[in-house]
Design a protein around this ligand. Structure first.
Ligand code: S3P
Length: 408
């Protein structure tokens, strides 16, 4: 059995650093993800006067956040920008958040809107970055999210820590809940009931703990699918299996994959386990809308699995894919067609007919790490495929190609 490990969870790493910045005592982070996006978060926090020491583990020492001397460069990272918007909304100074070409096209008004209702002054460039936040005293709100987005939810909850009274967020469908779990593990007065989360502010976080970040399920996903389509069983150790992230496991099992979860444990509010893939013949599946937020970053790699499934796979209710690091619906449809795939574009998804005869070709990553990795997985079966601009894997998984070579 091939054994692999995957890099640390990106979402949890971002949160540990940002939440660490407002803890009273230093917070140590073991296995922090050292990749483009999460390094952007650390450099923004440094600009804000937060002490960051790299002793193998990262130690975050807060103190008062300070007005940055320059704008905060979030690079490619939507999570950095959106979560920092929440934090900055409560700080008594002005700060501007910028990003790269891809981030500069992504919607930010959906985050600014609730924060402005809470009392922050926020301006955007027609709803997009750069975003300037002038924070201050905040009032609590009760807010229904227009889309199931953990980033909007997290920004409001982080701001809610500073507002006097109960801030309530209601999500339309369950989406990832790492912020809630981490705040709860750090003793914040947070309560979750179904789709509703309440936080009582103002709340101090003591800190002083060590958080160990598990492996990223979204990175493991490429190897889970790769192993099934290449028919090579693998074991991936120490992966986060938070149920708000693992929708892909349910869908692949429904398609016929055999996947086992072993040695499940709980660390700092997060479930962690080893994942063993055993193979299976795939059939097409209809992906229901309520499952989409539980696997939003895994839909590009699901389309790769669908190419090798018997029959049709329908993905609907996934319009959010159009505002990720690239338009992931367009990217997958355009590039998979170049390889001979039978794939139809829908406004909010795709229909893929499995079993088409595929051929190698030059395809583009759209400078999007998850598109680059999804298409590169196909290289296990189509040696003639060439993925252009694939260095963008550094955003979340710098050793991706080395790990993939174990399955060759
Ligand atoms: C993330 C939430 C998701 C996801 C992104 C990371 C997070 O975005 O696509 O890669 O860490 O909160 P949305 O919250 O916008 O859906």
């Amino acid at each position: 059995m091939i054994k692999i490990t995957v890099p640390a969870d990106k979402s949890i790493s971002h949160r540990a650093a940002i939440i660490g910045a407002i803890c009273k005592k230093p917070l140590r982070i073991r296995n922090y993800l050292r990749a483009g996006d999460t390094l952007s978060t650390l450099s923004c926090l440094k600009e804000l006067g937060i002490g960051i020491e790299d002793k193998g583990e990262i130690e975050i020492t807060s103190g008062e956040l300070k007005k940055p001397k320059a704008s905060l460069d979030c690079g490619n990272s939507g999570t950095t920008m959106r979560l920092l918007m929440g934090l900055l909304s409560a700080q008594p100074f002005e700060a501007t958040l910028t990003g790269d070409a891809s981030l500069s096209l992504r919607p930010m008004e959906r985050v600014a809107k609730p924060l402005k209702i809470m009392g922050a002054r926020i301006t955007t460039n027609k709803g997009r970055p750069p975003v300037t936040v002038i924070g201050g005293r905040l009032s609590p709100i009760s807010y229904e999210l227009p889309v199931p987005s953990a980033q909007i939810k997290s920004a409001i909850l982080l701001a809610g820590l500073f507002a006097e009274g109960k801030t309530i967020v209601i999500e339309p469908n369950i989406c990832r809940d790492h912020t809630e779990r981490m705040l709860e593990a750090l003793g914040a007065p947070i309560r979750k009931e179904g789709l509703k989360t309440e936080i009582e502010g103002p709340a101090d976080l003591l800190g002083g703990e060590t958080i160990t970040v598990p492996g990223d399920f979204s990175s493991a996903a490429f190897f889970i699918v790769a192993s099934i389509i290449a028919k090579k069983p693998i074991e991936i150790s120490n992966v986060g299996i938070n149920p708000t992230r693992t929708g892909l496991l349910d869908v692949l099992r429904k398609m016929g994959a055999e996947i086992e979860i072993r040695d499940e444990r709980c660390e700092f509010g997060e479930h962690v386990a080893d994942i063993i893939t055993k193979g299976g013949n795939l059939s097409g599946v209809e992906l229901k809308e309520d499952l989409v937020p539980l696997m939003i970053d895994e839909i590009p790699i699901l389309t790769i699995a669908a190419l090798f499934a018997d029959g049709r796979t329908t993905i609907k209710g996934a319009a959010e894919l159009r505002v990720k690091e690239s338009d992931r619906i367009k990217a997958m449809v355009n590039e998979l067609r170049k390889l001979g795939a039978d794939i139809e574009e829908l406004l909010d998804g795709m229909v893929i007919k499995g079993g088409a005869k595929l051929k190698g070709a030059e395809v583009s990553s759209y400078h999007d790490h998850r598109i680059a990795m999804s298409l590169s997985v196909l290289g296990l079966l189509l040696p003639d495929i060439k993925v252009i601009d694939s260095e963008c894997v550094n955003i979340s998984f710098p050793d991706f190609f080395q790990s993939l070579s174990f399955l060759k």
